[in-house]
Design a protein around this ligand. Structure first.
Ligand code: DX5
Ligand code: ZN
Length: 220
């Protein structure tokens, strides 16, 4: 299993976005996480397709689109065309989850499904054969800089057990409130893709990425 850091650009300084992304890439962050918010599924609005499209040629990183939008099936094709490598949709946001996941698959993009803190892991089981990645939210989606919810750790363990039992090839991504000083317990619980926003995009982007990579590197 590969252990990966996915910096979330939601917390970046957009006046120096290219430079900050480079800082994460040079320190070994393999993914770049895009938090797309529509003001409906979550209270906030962030950014969308043109931002992902303009970053695509600027980095070799895997572009990981986390769609916090209602009925994402309406937009997955545009995100794929813009250059997304992974598209993650929320279980709670889809009226037809299977059709949404299948549409992403048909676009030859990696398929992710996410659950909010109050949605149980059992709600995912029917969809596991269709996905490459599950994203367990460790904060209520909508904003960066929130406190990590300890209740996500049990969900990560539960999901890792189900994945091992069925021998699925599914990555577990965790997102929200992850810092250098709590990332180990997330990894120990069974996650292998770590999203970090405010803990990476601060005054020292490269230095913060490096600190995460030193810890994550021990798990390879
Ligand atoms: C929350 C987003 C997260 C967030 C992470 O809705 O999905 O990706 O940007 O930010 P931090 O790491 O600051 O909690
Ligand atoms: Zn996210």
């Amino acid at each position: 299993m590969e252990y990966i850091l996915a910096p979330s650009i939601l917390a970046a300084d957009f006046t120096k976005l290219g430079e900050e992304i480079k800082g994460t890439e040079e320190q070994g962050a393999k993914f770049l996480h895009f938090d797309v918010m529509d003001g409906m599924f979550v209270p906030s609005i962030s950014f969308g397709i043109p931002v992902l499209q303009s970053i695509r040629p600027a980095t070799q990183q895997v572009l990981d689109a986390h769609l916090m939008i209602e009925e994402p099936i309406r937009y997955v094709e545009e995100f794929a065309k813009a250059g997304a490598d992974y598209i993650t949709v929320h279980l709670e946001a889809c009226s037809d989850v299977k059709a949404t996941l299948q549409k992403i698959r048909d676009l030859h993009v990696k398929v992710g499904i996410s659950i909010k803190p109050n949605t149980p892991v059992s709600a995912l089981e029917a969809y596991l054969p269709m996905v490459d990645m599950v994203l367990i939210m460790s904060v209520e989606p909508g904003f960066g800089g929130q406190k990590f919810m300890e209740s996500s750790l049990g969900k990560i363990r539960e999901l890792r057990n189900i994945i091992s039992e069925h021998q699925y090839k599914i990555d577990i991504q965790v997102d929200g409130g992850i810092k250098v000083d709590n990332v180990e317990k997330v990894l120990d619980a069974g996650a292998n893709i770590i999203v970090a926003g405010s803990a990476v995009f601060n005054e020292d982007v490269a230095g913060s990425t490096k600190k995460f990579m030193e810890i994550i590197g021990r798990y390879e």
